[in-house]
Ligand binder design. Sequence first.
Ligand SMILES: O=C(O)c1cc(=O)[nH]c(=O)n1[C@@H]1O[C@H](COP(=O)(O)O)[C@@H](O)[C@H]1O
Length: 286
Amino acid sequence: MMFGTRLRAAMDEHGPLCVGIDPHDHLLEAWGLPRTVEGLREFSLRTVTELAGNVAAVKPQSAFYEQHGSAGVAVLEETLAACREHDLLSVLDIKRGDIGSTMGAYARAYLDPSSALAADSITVSPYLGFGALEPAFGLAEAHDRGVFVLALTSNPEGAEVQHAQCGEAVDGFGGSVAGSIVGQVAARNSAHSPRDPGRFGLVVGATIGSAARELGFDPTDCKGPILAPGVGAQGAGIRELIDVFGSEAIAANQILATTSRAVLSAGPDGVRAAARSLNESLTQVG
Ligand SMILES: O=C(O)c1cc(=O)[nH]c(=O)n1[C@@H]1O[C@H](COP(=O)(O)O)[C@@H](O)[C@H]1O
């Protein structure tokens, strides 16, 4: 089944929430775990078992595994394997972007099923040019995976790059860098529609307010899934999600709202209930 279809089916079944697996040191401590690779493993595998069957996807944040060196990356591999074993979709948050030949190596690392680091989908950064991401797009198609391209990120610093005007406007998407990214993702999803989403998605923060409107485009026109971080610890909630995306796109399960700290801080015995509660409030929209 095509990634966009698989994700939509998971959202229809489990709700529109993706819980990020961000093993911050303070969260390991709050869970009574050591700030070691052993603590990292227990935190990660417990989160997968608690959330499988309760959320549409999880989003391991590679950085928190890399900070432990190769032993941490080995835990990330175990975490992704656990997702596969539990039939839990994964969005591996790596935000990689590089020149084409190097991007090819990244694509093989994270999208080729023969790799221990392969995920169902990944985040990528178009800062070296949208076209430089082609190797990731190609492998995603070859192995039926998904790619979420950063467009309007949840951090305030992103605006200086993403809101910049880049000359030629992409029809219907305005002339900003972000609009150009959204328009190019929409073009790759041209055979799809909001009801039949493509495998190429966007990352658009729930904290961006009216930015997309002011830049002259609607991110939901990308005809793919939209990963929406910023919920919870970064201050966004249901109201902000509706302001950015509209209740129709949320109710149609195009928006994969994602939060990490707000759910993980509930602890090992509370993470499932916290996810179900947030999912419940999200499914009330529309
Ligand atoms: O690609 C991402 O997931 C991402 C994009 C973005 O614009 N903002 C953003 O916060 N993220 C990631 O989403 C997670 C947010 O974590 P919380 O703020 O704890 O919910 C972190 O792992 C971020 O790196």
